[in-house]
Structures are given as C-alpha cells and as structure tokens.
Design a protein around this ligand. Structure first.
Ligand SMILES: [Zn+2]
Ligand SMILES: [Zn+2]
Length: 137
C-alpha cells in the first residue's frame, strides 16, 4: 500500500513517498531555490528522513553550500531535470526537504512561513504568514 503522500519528477522516472503531514512548509526566496527551480522562488517542506522512501529511479545529487554556510545535497531527476528534494542537510539533520511541485496531490499543503524575503522579487506580494529575511533561526 502506498504511503499517504506520493511524489514524482516531471517524467515519472523518480518516485518517492512518505506518511508525515508536513508542518514546516516554507516559501523560500533564496538564490539557490530561484536558480535551481527556475521560478521566482520555491515552496518546500520538511519530512523526517526515516519516513522518506524512494520507490523508483535514481535521483542525481548536487552538493553545495547554502547561504547559511551549511552543506546540503540537492536531488533532481537526471532524465528530466526536475528538482525533487534536498538531503544530507547539515543544518537540519534527519530531515529531507521536499519540493511541493513533486507531490502528486499538493492541494492540501500551503506555506506556513516565508524565508529569505530579502531576496524576494519586487513584484511578489508577501503572504499573510510569518516573514523571515533569511533562514529562521
Ligand atoms: Zn524525471
Ligand atoms: Zn531556498
């Protein structure tokens, strides 16, 4: 039986799932989220690593150092290039950050905070959620 939440890349080669109802859900305006997603910002949320199950495909990972100085791996589908999740998060051990666009049914999940608002594009309006100029501490 599949877990509560199922997710996949744009071409369907990479699939993963988890049961945890996300609580840390962020609209992130950091430079990496912008560049890596190709959009104005990215919405992603935290899932415990031990609940995160890769069920098909082999995501490729790219290691980098975030604005915070912490290292992490950004994982994407090597076939279609879709950004999927971040792992090996030095700043958040034991968690995986999943991009909302990966979800098969993202409807029930919305941002609880906005971060790196110092990098938000001028034409974007702030949501009615807590605002953080950089990473919340
Ligand atoms: Zn793909
Ligand atoms: Zn970001």
């Amino acid at each position: 039986m599949p877990k509560k939440y199922t997710a996949q890349c744009a071409c369907g080669a990479v699939k993963f799932e988890f049961n945890t109802d996300p609580t840390f859900i962020a609209d992130c305006n950091c430079l990496d989220c912008r560049k890596a997603s190709g959009g104005a910002m990215a919405t992603w949320f935290a899932v415990p690593e031990d609940d995160f199950t890769l069920i098909s495909g082999k995501p490729k990972s790219f290691h980098y150092i975030a604005d915070s100085g912490n290292g992490l791996d950004r994982n994407f589908c090597p076939d279609c290039g879709a950004r999927l999740f971040s792992s090996n998060l030095q700043g958040f051990p034991g968690m995986v950050f999943v991009t909302i666009g990966s979800l098969d049914n993202p409807g029930g999940i919305g941002p609880k905070l906005e971060m790196f608002t110092k990098r938000r594009l001028k034409w974007m309006k702030a949501l009615d959620v807590p605002q953080f100029p950089a990473m919340p501490s």
